[in-house]
Design a protein around this ligand. Structure first.
Ligand SMILES: Nc1ccn([C@H]2C[C@H](O)[C@@H](COP(=O)(O)OP(=O)(O)OP(=O)(O)O)O2)c(=O)n1
Length: 200
């Protein structure tokens, strides 16, 4: 079951679902979603000196990105073909019996701005800001202004609460992230590895 505006408000008031700060609930709470605003930090991949990003490399992906902080009154210009990481201004806490989906807003989609290139799921138990995978599929640069409503979160109730919510497990490498977080895929190995053995 997907939560409606009334359900979302009820869960926010109960305090187990958190969207913080929610400065303008009337504007941000939509019929079945919550609009989230763009934060001011961005991570961009350096285009030089990267031989290849290898998930099994010892190098952290953080070594390959540069951070930009957009000052008050400034915009971040997303050029055609660019891919950058941004962040929601809001921090969320998803209770164990809900899963949240990060969706783009139609108004930005119509400008060819995609908010999550692939991953758009916030696990039950997840806490933190949400890293946005921003790309511009169009042919015109688009100005992104910190504070603009950039994405929306929908919430689906699980049949039963997760037994091992995000954060209780040995993975959970993005729990409590603050600002855009580059991929930590390299730490997959220490959590059991994703490689097949010969004969698998
Ligand atoms: N666009 C997104 C999608 C997800 N998340 C956050 C919320 C998720 O609960 C958490 C982990 O997402 P995934 O499970 O998709 O990521 P991984 O499987 O790579 O990480 P892990 O091994 O930690 O589960 O990251 C985010 O910040 N931005």
């Amino acid at each position: 079951m997907i939560l409606s505006d009334a359900d979302i408000l009820e869960r926010l008031e109960a305090g187990d679902l958190v969207v913080d700060p929610l400065d303008d609930p009337e504007l941000q709470i939509q019929p079945a979603s919550v609009d989230l605003r763009l934060g001011r930090e961005f991570l961009e991949f350096q285009r030089t000196n990267i031989p290849c990003i290898h998930p099994n490399s010892e190098d952290e992906v953080d070594d390959y990105v540069t951070e930009t902080l957009v000052e008050d009154g400034d915009d971040f210009i997303l050029h055609p073909g660019d891919f950058v990481l941004g962040t929601t201004h809001e921090r969320v806490e998803i209770p164990a019996d809900l899963i949240a989906h990060v969706e783009g807003r139609s108004s930005l989609g119509r400008l060819a701005v995609v908010v999550h290139a692939t991953a758009g799921l916030c696990d039950p138990g997840y806490r933190g800001q949400i890293t946005l995978e921003l790309s511009n599929l169009g042919s015109a640069p688009v100005a992104l202004t910190p504070g603009m409503r950039i994405s929306q979160l929908t919430f689906t109730e699980l049949k039963t609460p997760a037994e091992r919510p995000y954060g209780s497990d040995r993975g959970s490498k993005y729990q409590d992230q603050d600002g855009p977080q580059a991929s930590r895929i390299q730490s997959d190995d220490e959590f059991g590895g994703d490689q097949l053995e010969r004969g698998d």
